[in-house]
Design a protein around this ligand. Structure first.
Ligand code: WTA
Length: 641
């Protein structure tokens, strides 16, 4: 089994050896997995390409390591523990009230279900290398489907089920997916959301690569049906055999594509491959959460994001853990839901996002106080910087001062957790992700790429040496991968984040330094939102920036130049509707300011720095605006705010 660090001395030793000899370090970890054929070389890399390969020549299957290899020792242990949305109990929205509230899949049952789904994929013509897009709520079939793809070597691409038809179609087309797997409806809080309808709309927009849409019956609500293309999950899965040989996958074969926002208008498909991702997610899971035999681990993320991929599905299953999947939302039926579940399932490790912590904190301390949270040993935070107040509330009211908080910094591109305290092993400090994981050479550089080696300094966060789960490319556009991550500072991976190092060497990640904003832990490209707003016929130009938001971390502030329209709330609503249609409700601006002009440099570039300051109300430090093409625009923006 993967090494589990148990003391500060061990962490220091492992860190040191991982830097001095990364190959020997990762070779030792990789050897703890089952390889059908051993790899011949541990790592080969060149950041200029970029061309990074781990465990070269090795053949394996990640699902064999997640499932088959555990059967003998833990076949009857719960692998996935699923907690349903409360509305199923209440008999609301088409539920009969007798539905299962929690479902358990043992490792053996999960393997059977994955094999059945794998056979379904094969029977419908899905082959190794084909792309399959998932557009589903947090039901067990999503995890099963994803693993089924991995078993037969198909490449999964999960699209968060809050994205619009247009956003879904863009991703399906970029990936040239052969199949979409969705549900009929998604249960979200008290509502049922028509999911299949969104897929139908996406298909109408033109998804020519798709030959089948597989529909999982979740609520049994009314849906449109195309006999040519639509197929029920149950019709094609239920009678399949529970045997399916895992495909021999090369370590560097593609495992999945996950779309994420960057600084341009088009989301990019981050590509992860089998071997390195497997080794790193398992290693980081075991160490960051200090998972012990028998523990119940719960990550509240959605599988539509990288956190769900790495730390609901792959990391925990590779480590033989019991991982919980939750269908609901934090505040339904009330703000005690998370804590009720922690009590009910005696959750030992709880991993969530700062935005959820802030939202629940705002509902009052009496909610967590109603429940017994004594099982919790480790608390995790991910997705955005956690502010000091939320950190202390989490520590005091959820961890009762006894559960170390791991503030985990990482990205879709890094595949796994990169900088984090190790609970009970290294110290913690509010708002600090603190220490790099073994194998992670995190450095701060100035804008010219000079390494800042002293403490008490702020800079741009880069990583020097590849780690096993680093992205390999952006799907279909390797040049973009090179430009975005490997060109700013030759020889290093650039994260896009700014960070500071305190006097003891702990790292605090401050936030993005590019045109990406982080809304409730969701990454959003400002250009993407601008493109959407500009789709409105009366919009001439727009500029979008982030601003501090009490619950969301960052809110979206849009400056809009328009014509031929009353600048009122009706127009604002229309703009929100366009954004919802183009991207989805998560990208809706929180504030829209109608303006006549935007501050521009003499070369015509919008000065976002100034827009950010005005949006944040930080107008005393605007700096010199006299070099602008139109300095008076600034004054007008401020007075009309
Ligand atoms: C931000 C999520 C501060 C950061 C796993 C990063 C964080 C982006 C933290 C990646 C943290 C994530 N502290 N900032 N603990 N974790 N971020 O790809 O800006 O959805 O670049 O991956 O979230 O977001 P992504």
């Amino acid at each position: 089994m993967t090494t589990q660090i148990t003391s500060l001395e061990e962490y220091k030793e492992q860190y040191k050896s991982s830097i001095e000899n990364p190959e020997a370090f990762w070779d030792k970890e990789a050897k703890t997995f089952t390889w059908f054929e051993p790899y011949k070389e541990v790592c080969k890399w060149d950041f200029e390409g970029p061309d990074v390969k781990w465990f070269l020549g090795g053949k394996t299957n990640i699902t064999y390591n997640c499932l088959d290899r555990h059967i003998e020792t833990r076949g009857d242990q719960t692998a996935i523990l699923w907690e349903a949305n409360e509305s199923r109990k209440n008999g609301k929205n088409g539920s009969n009230g007798n539905e299962e509230r929690s479902l358990r899949y043992t490792y053996r049952q999960l393997l059977d279900e994955v094999c059945k789904a794998s056979n379904m994929l094969k029977s419908l013509g899905i082959q190794k290398g084909d792309r399959v897009v998932f557009y589903m709520p947090m039901v067990p079939e999503l995890a099963i489907g994803v693993l089924a793809c991995a078993r037969i070597g198909a490449v999964h691409s999960v699209v968060f089920a809050g994205f619009s038809a247009q956003a879904l179609a863009d991703r399906v087309n970029d990936a040239q997916a052969k199949m979409i797997i969705c549900s009929d409806y998604n249960k979200r809080g008290a509502k049922n959301i028509a999911v299949k309808q969104v897929v139908d709309d996406a298909m109408d927009l033109g998804c020519n690569s798709v030959s089948n849409v597989i529909v999982h019956k979740n609520t049994g609500g009314e849906i449109n049906w195309s006999d040519d293309c639509d197929k029920w999950w149950h019709d094609h899965v239920d009678d399949q055999s529970t045997e399916c040989q895992p495909e021999m996958m090369d370590s560097e074969d593609m495992l999945f594509i996950l779309y994420t926002s960057g600084s341009t208008g088009k989301p990019k498909g981050v590509v992860h491959t089998v071997g390195g991702y497997m080794v790193y997610t398992c290693y980081s899971f075991k160490n960051v959460f200090q998972y012990k035999e028998g523990d119940v681990y719960w990550c509240t993320a959605d599988i539509g994001w990288i956190t769900g991929h790495s730390y609901i599905v792959y990391g925990p299953l590779l480590a033989g853990a019991t991982t919980m999947m939750f269908e609901g939302v934090p505040t339904y039926p009330d703000a005690g839901r998370f804590w009720e579940i922690c009590e009910k399932h005696k959750v030992n490790q709880f991993y969530t996002a700062p935005t959820a912590i802030r939202a629940l904190m705002a509902k009052g301390d009496h909610w967590p106080e109603k429940y017994d949270l004594s099982s919790i040993k480790v608390l995790g935070s991910v997705g955005e910087p956690i502010n000091e107040e939320a950190w202390h509330w989490y520590d005091k009211h959820i961890g009762k001062g006894n559960a170390p908080i791991v503030d985990t910094w990482w990205q879709t591109e890094t595949g796994g957790i990169m900088i984090t305290p190790l609970p009970g092993i290294t110290d913690t400090k509010p708002t600090y992700a603190a220490y790099p994981m073994p194998g992670i050479q995190a450095v701060l550089v100035d804008k010219d790429g000079n390494e800042l080696n002293e403490n008490n300094v702020e800079g741009l966060l880069c990583i020097k040496h590849p780690w096993p789960s680093i992205l390999r490319t952006t799907y279909g556009d390797h040049e973009r991968c090179k430009q975005v991550y490997f060109s700013s500072f030759p020889g290093m991976y650039f994260t896009g984040d700014g960070a500071r190092r305190d006097s003891d060497g702990r790292i605090r990640v401050i936030g993005r330094v590019d045109d990406v904003i982080n809304v409730s832990g969701h990454r959003m490209g400002t250009a993407e939102v601008e493109n959407a707003i500009n789709e409105h016929d009366n919009v001439i130009e727009s500029a979008v920036v982030g601003y501090p938001h009490e619950i969301k971390g960052q809110g979206i502030y849009a400056y809009v130049i328009s014509q031929g329209k009353e600048k009122d709330d009706v127009f604002r609503k229309e703009i929100l509707a366009v954004v919802t249609k183009e991207i989805g409700p998560i990208a809706k601006p929180d504030k829209i300011q109608f303006v006549d002009d935007l501050p521009k440099t003499r070369s015509g570039k919008i000065m976002r720095r100034i827009l950010r300051k005005i949006a944040s109300g930080d107008v005393d430090s605007l700096g010199d605006v006299s070099t602008l093409l139109n300095p008076d625009a600034v004054e007008k923006l401020m007075s009309n705010k």
